[in-house]
Write a protein that binds this ligand. Structure first.
Ligand SMILES: Cc1ncc(COP(=O)(O)O)c(C=O)c1O
Length: 365
């Protein structure tokens, strides 16, 4: 565990020492952006720290309405609903859609928020091989005639792989299925307008496709959200006990979310810069003969054949002033890994330095 004594950005302070930072999910570098921080402070000054009530009772403030309107605009939808965390989004969707599906098809390596949401559903569960639309198709054929719901991460948190939505979408059409995409790592990052993996894959507008999203990663703030047509968002507000029984998002988080959206809308080049940096780093990592994944996301895993190697690599980098966390459980590729998260704000020098020490480690070990 890394103990922070600072905010997160290109550099962090941990145990009193300064490190170049490639951890976390601060893809657009907004978590400590001056305008985002200022908005959070202003919101606290005006509204205090907590509204201390649920949205349905007395916990809705004008800034919640403003944030939801701005998120809807960002997403090109009629409306958005914000709630306590991105983790809750999958549970909320499965909760409010429950009358519309009997069978759930989920990726084997879906995020734990998906697994825990699915566990509390009474539908029949089918697990398909990781990112394998052929296997999904086979399972869906076997249970054709059911009311199917497919649920997957849009971008997988550890490996940065994208779900093959281009291949999954025809199955959605064919079986009249619902598709839920957890786009925690794609929101603000992928697609022409940063709307995530459905936009990246140019999927047509389809009212059976839902995204579960979060402001806690690229959007630099905190809290989950779901965007859709107003009939659906009204239904969600009326029927989701998770939404209704949680305290509303705190002012600082709401203020920060509004400010982060303004930064993103005003600076579309942030996304372009991010992906260009990630592409470049991934290629140079491959040139060093490390094994990684190829999807064009800001998450770059480096696959290693044992947990000891992963730990040693991460510690070696740390000793040289660079944080790249290792994962102490095997990834979907069956190997252990360190996980590099690129940010639009990383400098060329930082990236060169990371590569230099990766190269040195390769020579020594
Ligand atoms: C794929 C995925 N979904 C959901 C979440 C939960 O989002 P939040 O941390 O904003 O609650 C995470 C990670 O945090 C994630 O990686």
């Amino acid at each position: 565990m890394i103990l922070l004594n600072s905010s997160i950005g290109n550099y962090i302070t941990s145990n009193g020492k300064r490190y170049s930072y490639f951890g976390g999910n601060n893809y657009l570098g907004l978590a400590a952006h001056p305008l985002v921080k200022e908005a959070a402070v202003k919101a606290i000054e005006k509204y205090g720290v907590n509204f201390s009530a649920s949205r349905r009772t007395s916990g809705t403030a004008d800034i919640h309405m403003e944030l939801e309107e701005k998120l809807a605009h960002f997403k090109g939808k009629q409306d958005s609903v914000v709630f306590a965390s991105g983790y809750q989004g999958n549970s909320i969707l499965l909760e409010v859609l429950r009358e519309r599906y009997t069978h759930i098809f989920l990726d084997q390596y879906a995020h734990s928020s998906i697994h825990s949401a699915v566990k509390s559903s009474s539908a029949r569960i089918h697990i398909y091989n990781h990112c394998d639309a052929g296997h999904l198709e086979h399972l869906m054929e076997e249970f054709s005639g059911s009311a199917p719901l497919i649920i997957t991460d849009g971008v997988f948190a550890l490996t940065g792989e994208m779900a093959p939505l281009d291949k999954i979408y025809p199955l959605v059409k064919k079986h009249n299925a619902i598709l839920i995409v957890d786009d925690a790592h794609a929101t603000g990052v992928l697609g022409k307008n940063g709307r995530g993996t459905p936009e990246y894959f140019n999927l047509p507008e389809n009212e059976n496709i839902f995204q579960s999203e979060t402001m806690s990663k690229a959007l630099g703030s905190y809290g989950g959200f779901i965007s859709a047509g107003r009939v659906f968002t009204d239904f969600l507000r009326e029927t989701s006990s998770i939404y209704q029984a949680s305290t509303s998002l705190p002012p600082s988080v709401v203020g920060a979310g509004i400010a982060a959206l303004a930064v993103i809308n005003g600076n579309p080049e942030l996304r372009i810069r991010l992906i260009a940096k990630a592409d470049d780093l991934r290629e140079r990592i491959k040139e060093l003969d490390f094994q990684t994944t190829s999807d064009r996301t800001p998450i770059i895993p480096v696959m290693l054949n044992s947990i000891e190697k992963a730990k040693q690599f991460s510690l070696y980098l740390e000793e040289h002033g660079i944080i790249v966390p290792y994962m102490d459980y095997p990834s979907s590729h069956g190997s252990y890994m360190i996980r590099i998260a690129v940010s639009a704000s990383h400098t060329e020098d930082q990236i060169d330095e990371l590569l230099e020490f990766m190269k040195k480690w390769r020579k020594i070990y």
